[in-house]
Design a protein around this ligand. Structure first.
Ligand code: ATR
Length: 285
């Protein structure tokens, strides 16, 4: 972070509970330092029952913009006066922007992050060209479905242990989104263009979803939204089967780019190797 903040500094931040393991402050402050901006990016951890009071207090310019993470993303959308299409479709916001007029606008840069990670790590892959399979039906899955539909995905199958939850998600999106239980997975995998793990399975080195990735077409891409560890068992199995993969860390890094632009009004410097910074924080480098 810059050591020479003035009274005119632009302040942004991230809000979650807990927040101390967030990588966002390191990433954004590295970009701020590289650009020599009079600005700061600060972590906040309001008490869970005081989130709305905290956000309300920021109206009218205390901070320019705020990333929002677990467990506040749905409540962030509800706390805003206006919202982007993507935030509304995702049912969640990871970015709140505070206007001088006291109004709050909700956005969702996780979607661009997901699409950006796919574009960077599997160049040439076309999300409009084949059926997509999302494992999981929680908030992460809903955000992925919203982003993929807005990008033109023709058909998205949501597979979840609790089928009723997959059905609720599918009902919220309409006919392009289909709900399935885990027993349909082999058939879905055989025709999948893209398979995304949006469950919490694999976190901390667990085995990950039980999907047999050898069933997928050779051209299929496999993505994991889990990034701790970076190479999850799910991605290892995909690579062992010869499939191209996309990791969750790239999604996290890619969502930070439009976030930085929205808060600080300029693109972050590509000269900063934020992936190496993040890998160090994860203990992977
Ligand atoms: P998030 O908001 O991060 O998506 P979530 O809403 O808690 O988190 O969703 C977690 C997802 O992981 C759900 O799809 C959950 O399946 P259920 O809806 O059946 O609970 C899935 N998940 C978690 N543990 C699982 C397990 N042991 N086996 C299968 N799916 C699991």
């Amino acid at each position: 972070m810059s050591n020479s903040l003035t009274g005119a500094a632009i302040v942004g931040g991230v809000c979650g509970q807990p927040i101390k393991h967030s990588m966002s402050p390191v990433i954004h402050n590295a970009w701020i330092a590289a650009a020599g901006l009079d600005a700061a990016y600060v972590p906040f951890a309001p008490a869970a029952d005081r989130f709305e009071t905290f956000i309300d207090g920021l109206r009218g310019g205390a901070v320019r913009g705020l990333n929002v993470t677990i467990p506040f993303k749905e409540r962030a959308l509800a706390a805003a006066d206006t919202a982007s299409d993507l935030a509304r479709m995702a049912g969640a916001a990871n970015l709140l922007l505070f206007g001088d007029d006291g109004r709050i606008h909700a956005d969702n840069t996780d979607g661009p992050g997901l699409l950006g990670a796919i574009a960077v790590q599997t160049p040439g892959f076309d999300v409009t060209a084949a059926p997509l399979v999302i494992l999981g039906a929680g908030g992460a899955a809903r955000g992925a479905v919203a982003a993929l539909l807005l990008a033109g995905a023709p058909e998205v199958s949501v597979v979840n242990r609790t089928v009723a939850r997959a059905r609720d998600l599918a009902d919220a999106f309409g006919e392009k989104v289909l709900a399935h239980g885990e027993d349909s997975l082999p058939d879905l995998l055989r025709r999948a263009g893209l398979v995304i793990n949006a469950t919490s399975l694999g976190l901390g080195g667990d085995a990950g979803p039980a999907a047999d990735l050898t069933l997928t077409p050779e051209s299929a891409v496999v993505m994991d939204m889990v990034y701790k560890p970076l190479r999850t068992e799910f991605l290892r199995r995909a690579q062992a089967a010869g499939r191209r993969t996309v990791d969750g860390l790239e999604m996290l890094l890619r969502q930070a780019i439009p976030t930085f632009e929205a808060i600080y009004g300029q693109a972050p410097s590509s000269a900063v190797d934020v992936r190496s910074l993040a890998l160090k924080l994860l203990g992977e480098a």
